[in-house]
Design a protein around this ligand. Sequence first.
Ligand SMILES: C[S@@+](CC[C@H](N)C(=O)[O-])C[C@H]1O[C@@H](n2cnc3c(N)ncnc32)[C@H](O)[C@@H]1O
Length: 229
Amino acid sequence: MAANHDPRVSRLARSLRGTGLFFRQAVQTFRATGAVIPSGTALATALTRYVTHRDDPSVPINILEAGPGTGPVSRAIAARMREGDTFDMVEANPKFVDHLTGLVKSDPVFLPVADRVTVHHALVTELGTDRRFDVIVSGLPFANFTAEEVRTIMEYYFTVLRPGGHLSFFGYLYTKQVKAIIAPLDDYLRQVRSGWEVQEWVNRYAVGREQVLRNLPPAWIHHLRKPLG
Ligand SMILES: C[S@@+](CC[C@H](N)C(=O)[O-])C[C@H]1O[C@@H](n2cnc3c(N)ncnc32)[C@H](O)[C@@H]1O
């Protein structure tokens, strides 16, 4: 059978491959993956707010994405990159790393910027502190982590974030309420504590919050800013 070169068909095939891979990894490693399907377009777009809106549009920026998974948010970021911007993705799961590496080499959204995109196979906190980023987009499932893990990651973000830089991250609506009903007590309490830790950072640095109801499951986003001084 002849290969189908319609770009819409290629895009759909790529998206289905990504969703299938994400679901299989979610079944095997739910604690780290934290969702059963990748983020949708509305959530991905909302997470790129500070890639789109910049203090000085003439100055290139360095972007970090933690936990890109199969890359729906990464694609939205790549589509909004401008001349001179760099983009680093750091992903813990080797299956996702392989998928992302393929995406950077073949997806039409990535091709124009591929020489300024790097995929790292690591935990985000292993990336080192010698670089500085203007925008960090985090897809990490904080609701599945302990309060100590959340604090370590937030401290890392605020170390490598440039003063005036932005961190955007998301979670799902109503997970605490659902856990209160179905989860064992110690898991529910762990999530309450990690939620308090997230809230402390939000109280200190938040500059915006939005809800994205057009996502499965519906999500909230927090935007934080590192002070200049
Ligand atoms: C909820 S998924 C988000 C995936 C993607 N950003 C999206 O929105 O569809 C979380 C991702 O974070 C990755 N991850 C979890 N802990 C990590 C860590 N400490 N460092 C880097 N990646 C991590 C998981 O492997 C998974 O790909």
